[in-house]
Write a protein that binds this ligand. Structure first.
Ligand SMILES: [Zn+2]
Length: 250
């Protein structure tokens, strides 16, 4: 069994919630998925503890970055700086080849040079992050987890995931237009987070409400717009809430 700690459930424009991101934990291994604005505040505001301390960026053993939209990556610059300067630690980051190609382009405007009070020093991505790229067709091991990824129907290449500890499986749709094949790929997971948001590159809520009841029962909706907050449905489908802890394989 392992935990899914729900630290952000909002869409890109939410003023009620943090951008959708979460943390998986098995025993002491902590794996973050995505890094929205004000990442450390987002982690702390959820109320989770790790080894007697409020859950914070320094507890991460690794992070998966699903794609480069700001609501998933805006916190990465200062999280990487915080870990480097406060902990002399390079965050282990796993992402797609496509996202890795553009990641430094996104970060270098502010991170490409450091001043030590006397001289300027050129920096590279490698000075801040320890990046491993994930092939779409392979199964990857990160700590106690094995991870399969699948490209979704979205503006940018984005990663849906199936993450297993060898006994139980968690599925995540990531940002995606509704996709029957993706739902089928996720459907035998023990627990599923599926997005619902507005626009052509996202999944309308009614599509999730049309899924078999059994599937809705083990699914929580994430990445939802503020207007949906507080909604309840007659089926088993529920909105994920920040601060909720789900046990996969309970
Ligand atoms: Zn996106």
């Amino acid at each position: 069994m392992f935990e899914v700690l729900m630290t952000g459930v909002g869409d890109a424009f939410s003023v009620k919630h943090w951008g959708t991101h979460f943390v998986l934990r098995k025993d002491d291994f902590v794996l973050g998925v995505d890094c929205p604005d004000s990442y450390r505040r987002a982690l702390r505001s959820s109320g989770f503890m790790h080894k007697g301390e409020p859950l914070d960026a320094q507890h991460l053993d690794a992070m998966i970055l699903t794609h480069l939209h700001g609501d998933h990556v805006n916190g990465l610059e200062m999280t990487a700086c915080y870990l480097r300067f406060a902990y002399e630690k390079k965050l282990k980051l796993y992402t797609s080849h496509e996202a890795n190609e553009d990641l430094w382009t996104r970060l270098k405007a502010s991170l490409h040079v450091l001043w030590d009070g006397k001289d300027f020093h050129e920096q590279s991505l490698d000075d801040f992050l320890d990046v491993t790229t994930l092939d779409w067709s392979e199964t990857h091991t990160i700590g106690p987890f094995s991870i399969e990824i699948r490209a979704t129907r979205h503006h940018l290449p984005a990663m849906a995931m199936r993450i297993s500890d060898g006994e139980h499986t968690f599925g995540y749709s990531c940002d995606t237009a509704y996709d029957d094949e993706l739902v089928a790929w996720l459907s035998d997971a023990d627990f599923i987070l599926h997005e619902s948001s507005l626009g052509a590159a996202h999944t309308p809520l009614f599509k999730l409400l049309e899924l078999p009841e059994e599937l809705q029962q083990k699914m929580r909706v994430v990445h939802y717009p503020d207007e949906l907050s507080g909604s309840t449905f007659e089926s088993g489908l529920r909105l994920a809430q920040e601060g909720e802890r789900y046990v996969v394989g309970a």
